[in-house]
Ligand binder design. Structure first.
Ligand SMILES: [Zn+2]
Ligand SMILES: [Zn+2]
Length: 139
């Protein structure tokens, strides 16, 4: 049996694919159902209204949306904060600004990696050459 501590409540439980104890899992299912029910009745509510009216913590609602369990089209006014700057956004984890910034950083990182690799190759070439030269000298 593979025991683990539940990351939600800290209790020991038998590990499962949800990484959560059955109690917490049931609790989250309840919270999820409450959100979905509420959105069905009141589709225009915002993240904070939804949280206040259902008693479900904001971070749980954000998680449902990030996991795609609550679709953006079913909750058009529930905005989640951009993971980088906190700007409210409708879908995904990053706002348009941070996404384009990230794309820029990413291409820079790729260039850096390429340059590092080239330098590494040059060094390796140099040391192989030195080794061969030793062999050559001993002959
Ligand atoms: Zn738990
Ligand atoms: Zn952002």
């Amino acid at each position: 049996m593979n025991l683990s501590n539940c990351p939600q409540c800290g209790k020991v439980y038998v590990k499962n694919s949800y990484n959560m104890c059955p109690n917490c899992l049931r609790e989250i299912e309840d919270q999820y159902r409450k959100c979905v029910d509420h959105l069905r009745k009141n589709r225009s509510c915002t993240l904070h209204e939804l949280s206040e009216e259902t008693g479900v913590p904001v971070r749980m609602i954000i998680r449902f949306i990030r996991e795609g369990r609550i679709a953006a089209k079913d909750a058009p006014n529930v905005l989640t904060p951009c993971e980088s700057c906190g700007e409210p956004i409708k879908e995904g984890t990053l706002c348009a600004n941070c996404r384009s910034q990230l794309a820029k950083d990413f291409s820079h990182a790729q260039e850096d990696a390429k340059r590092r690799e080239e330098r590494q190759n040059a060094l390796e070439f140099g040391s192989t050459y030195m080794k061969d030269r030793d062999k050559f000298d001993k002959r």
